[in-house]
Design a protein around this ligand. Structure first.
Ligand SMILES: Nc1ccn([C@@H]2O[C@H](COP(=O)(O)OP(=O)(O)OP(=O)(O)O)[C@@H](O)[C@H]2O)c(=O)n1
Ligand SMILES: C[C@](O)(CO)[C@H](O)COP(=O)(O)O
Length: 245
């Protein structure tokens, strides 16, 4: 089904129009965030971070459906998600030990709900709650005709330093041609499924798994606003930005 040359899913393409699905891994614990609960449930403005993320995706008319991957023991979604946000997504309680495992399990859940191997899947972190519909649309427009797929990313603007274990500078890294990867990351379901099924080094994003197949995902320039809430101070910044909208 997957072409070894281009990575394109060939058999089903052309027989039915491809749909676009969003897949939101939301099964992490948020260890770096310092929060007393998984960070996707921390309230920002008036609702959990995850609700902002789901609502942003719900505003993208091109998306057929959004599936949220939750930890198997998640007991927060049903109590803390606003009804409208909960209704705007499918839920699958199949999160794994790593982000990659959660995404791989989410792909199976999408297949079980009728998605096909040639459909596009846009994987988006629950923790990037400042996503704009226009950014998703720019990604779709940039990648829908592409044989591989791609991702939102930002060209590195700062001077890059490689550190020593002691926290001193070992060297300055040439920043030319370097990008910081964001999400969504958009690939055909079948290709991504194959990529994530391969044993390999630790995969921190979908593009890395696709690269390991020898393919070159496309970079579509995003914005700084779409940052990932990771550290304690990030909540305040996210809150301020959400309030300013
Ligand atoms: N086993 C995991 C780990 C992460 N994620 C999700 O992947 C996204 C990006 O991961 P990250 O920001 O690292 O979140 P956490 O893993 O929760 O954070 P930390 O690494 O600080 O624990 C988050 O939406 C997170 O919920 C997931 O679905 N399953
Ligand atoms: C997918 C990602 O957001 C792209 O920058 C990032 O790799 C997630 O990394 P983390 O290790 O789960 O924080």
């Amino acid at each position: 089904m997957i072409s070894p040359d281009t990575g394109a899913v060939s058999a089903a393409v052309g027989t039915a129009e491809s749909r676009f699905y969003a897949l939101v891994p939301a099964a992490g614990v948020g260890a770096r965030s310092g929060a007393s609960q998984p960070k996707q449930y921390v309230t920002l403005v008036d609702r959990p971070m995850l609700a902002h993320t789901v609502d942003a995706l719900a505003a993208v008319p091109e998306l057929h459906a959004t599936l949220v991957v939750l930890a198997s023991d998640d007991d927060s979604f049903t109590v803390s998600m606003p009804a409208a946000s909960a209704a705007a997504c499918w839920q699958a309680y199949c999160g794994g030990a790593s982000r990659a495992e959660s995404v791989a399990a989410g792909l199976e859940a999408l297949l079980a709900r009728g998605a096909r191997e040639h459909d596009w899947v846009l994987v988006h972190d629950a923790a990037r709650c400042l996503l704009r519909a226009e950014a998703v649309q720019a990604l779709i427009a940039g990648c829908r005709g592409d044989a591989v797929g791609g991702l939102l990313a930002l060209p590195v603007a700062d001077t890059l330093k490689q550190s020593t274990p002691e926290g001193r500078i070992a060297t300055t890294v040439d920043r030319r041609g370097k990008w910081a990867a964001q999400t969504p990351q958009m690939f055909r379901l079948g290709l991504l499924r194959e990529a994530l099924a391969r044993p390999g080094a630790e995969i921190t994003d979908e593009a890395s798994a696709i690269e390991a197949l020898g393919l070159q995902p496309k970079l579509v320039e995003g914005t700084m606003e779409n940052f990932k809430v990771t550290w304690p101070a990030d909540f305040e910044l996210a809150e301020r930005l959400l309030r300013s909208r």
